[in-house]
Design a protein around this ligand. Structure first.
Ligand SMILES: *Cc1c(COP(=O)(O)O)cnc(C)c1O
Length: 411
């Protein structure tokens, strides 16, 4: 196992020295889509990427490169400990671009069988239909099955650090070793675990993020990022074969500026999400409810997360309760929102307020009933993406009241 444990908060503090145009304490927003070349004869070199801003030249065009988006990319590179990073218009834009940069038509992907619904549809339906890229889905906790799924055309092993909504943790060091042995690249979607887990220090090749969730933290922007080597990030901008350049999931610089101002308090937010989720899951478990949270000793991957996780950030803000039936699950989230003022019935996560959903009929509805059952996503499974507004005592009282009102606990 690798021992190089970066401290992402220290790296971020060093990366955030981007002054505004007039000496502002925040970086300026570069809104221009096109940039002046000072001498006509430098235009060809700028266009070939031989005379960019890092070589004393200038920027070319906003889809290729924007300084504000680039500055946010540097913050994300610091967060994940990568050489480089670039941001995209959405998490799915980051995922599709990163995977397509590594796969040509006829190539093969080995993927976790419990991944974000949109990613599942992309691999399961879109890639084979449009590009002849096929995916084998495997349970990532069965390392032998993962190993057996590789073939001569396998280019990518694709996983999520923590699966949704089953909250299984991927053994990134072991999976990196398997990918490496087969000459494939390991891509990790770290959306659920920013700061908590640093996949690149554990052997992953590329990290993708939906910034829409914890990193932005306010449920007001859709955005994504790709973190990896300088060579890989550069290849995404290639004028002939670059996925970001040619598919064009370009981030708006105004969004980049907004998100860059949420990153300095990401650490504080993650610690509070985790502290509250641990408190709630411990209390609910002690009442005899069927709770799943990787911070609980009863969780199958508690030890694994302790081993690969970064200490102060805990086990994240998401836990699930299985209340036995879809009817009771719906009744619970309805009561929490409409009678107890506890959160919102909405998909997504990483918000400052609590978001409540029944996974089987919402974020995992791309899966068949059989696949849902196999993955352990029962109809009565309620996902709680816990926020940090209000006091902990007030929120717990609201939760207890909802459990009593729905008859899940005796009142
Ligand atoms: C939301 C999410 C995505 C997709 O991100 P968008 O920003 O909505 O495109 C991908 N992976 C995970 C784990 C997510 O939660």
């Amino acid at each position: 196992m690798t021992s190089r444990r970066i401290n992402p908060i220290e790296a971020l503090a060093n990366a955030r020295h981007e002054f505004g145009e007039h000496g502002g304490v925040n970086m300026s927003i570069e809104a221009s889509t096109t940039f002046t070349v000072m001498e006509a004869n430098t235009m060809p070199a700028v266009f070939q990427g031989e005379h960019g801003p890092d070589q004393g030249g200038c920027y070319l065009y906003g889809r290729h490169f924007n300084p504000t988006v680039y500055a946010l990319g540097k913050q994300l590179a610091a967060l994940e400990g990568s050489e480089s990073a670039y941001c995209t218009a959405s998490g799915l834009g980051a995922i599709s671009s990163a995977v397509l940069q590594m796969c040509n038509s006829g190539d093969h992907i080995v993927s976790s069988d419990t991944i974000y619904g949109g990613t599942f549809a992309l691999f399961h339906d879109y890639f084979p239909a449009k590009m002849g890229i096929h995916t084998t889905f495997v349970d990532m906790s069965d390392l032998d099955a993962v190993d057996r799924a590789f073939g001569p055309q396998t280019r990518v092993l694709y996983i999520e650090t923590m699966s949704n909504p089953t909250l299984r943790v991927a053994d990134i060091p072991a999976l990196a070793e398997i990918a490496n042995k087969h000459g494939a690249q390991l891509i990790v979607d770290n959306t659920f675990c920013p700061l908590m887990v640093s996949p690149l220090s554990l052997g992953a090749d590329v990290v993708v993020h939906s910034l829409t969730k914890y990193i932005n933290g306010a449920s007001d922007s859709i955005a994504g990022a790709i973190c990896g080597s300088e060579e890989f990030i550069g290849s995404l901008m290639d004028l002939h074969l670059g996925s970001l350049m040619l598919l064009g999931p370009t981030m708006d610089p105004r969004i980049a500026s907004n998100i860059s101002m949420r990153i300095p308090h990401l650490g504080l937010r993650m610690i509070e999400h985790s502290r509250r989720a641990l408190y709630f899951s411990q209390k609910l478990e002690s009442m005899g409810l069927d709770v799943s949270y990787p911070g609980l000793e009863s969780h199958r991957d508690h030890g694994l997360l302790k081993r690969i996780g970064n200490e102060p950030y805990g086990a994240g803000g998401i836990f699930t309760i299985d209340v036995g039936s879809a009817e009771l699950g719906n009744k619970l989230i309805d009561t929490l929102q409409n009678k107890c003022n506890f959160g919102f019935m909405a998909v997504s996560l990483g918000f400052f307020d609590t978001l409540l959903s029944c996974s089987a009929s919402s974020t995992s509805s791309e899966m068949s009933d059989e696949d849902l059952e196999k993955a352990g996503i029962n109809p009565g499974l309620v996902r709680i993406a816990l926020g940090y507004t209000g006091t902990l005592e007030q929120r717990w009282e609201q939760m207890e009241r909802a459990l009593a009102l729905t008859g899940i606990i005796g009142s």
